[in-house]
Structure formats: C-alpha cells, structure tokens
Design a protein around this ligand. Structure first.
Ligand code: SAM
Length: 243
C-alpha cells in the first residue's frame, strides 16, 4: 500500500481521506469563526483578491471545489448573476450543509453537490472557471484532482487555486512559532479541538511550494500559470489557463 502524509504523520493512502473528513466534521460548526480568529480577518482579503482575479462576467459557469461554508461561491454568484451558474461542492457533508444553510440565510440558492475533487461528477468542458480555496492541500492525489479540474474546464477556461504556500524566509521563524503554538491553542479554546489546528499547521508545511504547484498545474494541462503571492507568501493564488 502506498503511503502519503497527513500533516507530519505517514499514513496509508487510503486512510488520508477519512482522517481529513474527521478534521472537517469536527470543525464545521466553528469553521468561519476560526478563520477570522486565526487570520485576523485576512482570509477575507485573500478571497476578495481571488474574486477580482476571477474577473467573472454575467452568464458564466463556475465550479467551486472544496467550497466549504461558501465564501467564494457567494461572491461568484453575485458576479455571474441570474444568467450564470455557480455550483457549490465539497466532499464533506457537514461543511457543505453549513455552507448551504448560510447561503440560504442570505437568500442564495445554488446547486450544491457532494463531490470528490479527484472524481468530479461533471461533464468535460462544462465550466468557464473552477476554483479551489484552501482545499487542494487536503487532497490525497493532488495530480488527479488538478487533472479533473482541467477536464471539466472549457478550452480557455481558468483555474484559481488559493492555498497556503511558502512564506518569505525572514518571516519563517515567527510564522512557525505562531502556527505551532497559537493555532492549536485557538483551536482548543474556540473549537474544542487542538489537533485539527495542529494538522492545519503541519499540512501547510507539507504542501507544495509556489514553484512546485505551478509545475504540477502545467503537467495537469494548464498551458499558462501565474502565481500571485499574498501576505509575503503565507498564501498564494495560482491562476491557470487551459490552453
Ligand atoms: C479549509 S476548508 C476550505 C473551505 C472554503 N473553500 C474556504 O476557503 O473557506 C477545506 C475543504 O476541503 C474539503 N476537501 C478535502 N478533500 C477534498 C476532496 N478530495 N474533494 C473535495 N473537497 C475536499 C474539505 O471537506 C473542506 O471543506
């Protein structure tokens, strides 16, 4: 059996998805509060930047993968309007329900689908834009997921991957200290779960850096990939075009 990583642990490949499910089942109800606390609200600016780069037009078709509580899906739905479509998807039912309820409370009814990014239940060449925010890091076979994202995009379609990445070197030490000391404490205090936030810190360190992810997107079929570092590389937005 092949091995992969779950944070800093080595696990069987077929165990990782259920461990990741455990994390998001545990944090779903406190997910939005924790995002604001951990990033001091910065995740809102990273997502707003992503929406700017998406440059969506009325009538476009969008697939939001690992959409969780629906921040991007909601912003995209406002851009594509009534003539467009945003499909809100996630592999985790608890996260998807949390997102769907929140969108409904805000008067938005979007098509919602429980979907594994590694086996997308959508026809080839059916979307103008695919997005995945803070989701790719958790996937077992990132290469398969990126190939699936490419398959469902129309020719010329764009993929936006917003994800934690490699921070600029001078900031690494304080960032590590914050990640391994403060995040689990915030998790324990506000979500009753230190381990899931320890996993978050570890999984960020195990995720491909900017250049590696760019190369992976090119191998998956994206002819052009731009990398936008945000907040000194705490996060990077990779924008790929299927060409
Ligand atoms: C950190 S949350 C991100 C939620 C949302 N996109 C955001 O930016 O706030 C990561 C999400 O990835 C989802 N996920 C993990 N593995 C996945 C997979 N193979 N396919 C689809 N979603 C997955 C999790 O269920 C979780 O909801």
């Amino acid at each position: 059996m092949s091995q992969t990583h779950f944070g800093f642990q080595q696990v069987d490949e077929n165990e990782k998805a259920s461990k990741v499910r455990g994390v998001f089942d545990s944090v779903a109800s406190k997910y939005d509060l924790m995002n604001d606390l951990m990033s001091a609200g910065l995740h809102r600016a990273w997502k707003a930047y992503t929406v700017q780069v998406a440059n969506l037009k009325a009538g476009e078709r969008v697939l939001d993968i690992a959409g969780g509580t629906g921040d991007l899906a909601r912003a995209f739905a406002r851009k594509v309007g009534d003539t467009g479509v945003v499909v809100h998807t996630d592999i985790n039912e608890a996260m998807l329900r949390q997102g769907r309820d929140r969108l409904l409370d805000e008067g938005l009814i979007l098509p919602t689908s429980l979907a594994d990014a590694e086996k997308l239940p959508f026809k080839s060449e059916s979307f103008d834009l695919v997005s995945v925010a803070f989701g790719l890091r958790n996937m077992t076979h990132k290469d398969l997921a990126l190939a699936e994202m490419c398959r469902v995009l129309k020719p010329g379609g764009r993929l936006l991957v917003l994800e934690f990445s490699r921070i600029a070197e001078p900031l690494r030490k304080p960032y590590d200290w914050y990640s391994f000391n403060i995040l689990p404490r915030l998790g324990s205090l506000f979500a009753g779960d230190a381990d899931s936030y320890r996993y978050l810190a570890e999984s960020i360190r195990m995720h491909p850096d900017q250049a590696t992810l760019k190369a992976m997107m090119k191998s998956a079929g994206f002819g052009h990939v731009d990398v936008h570092n945000l907040s000194a590389g705490i996060v990077a937005l990779h924008a790929g075009i299927k060409c």
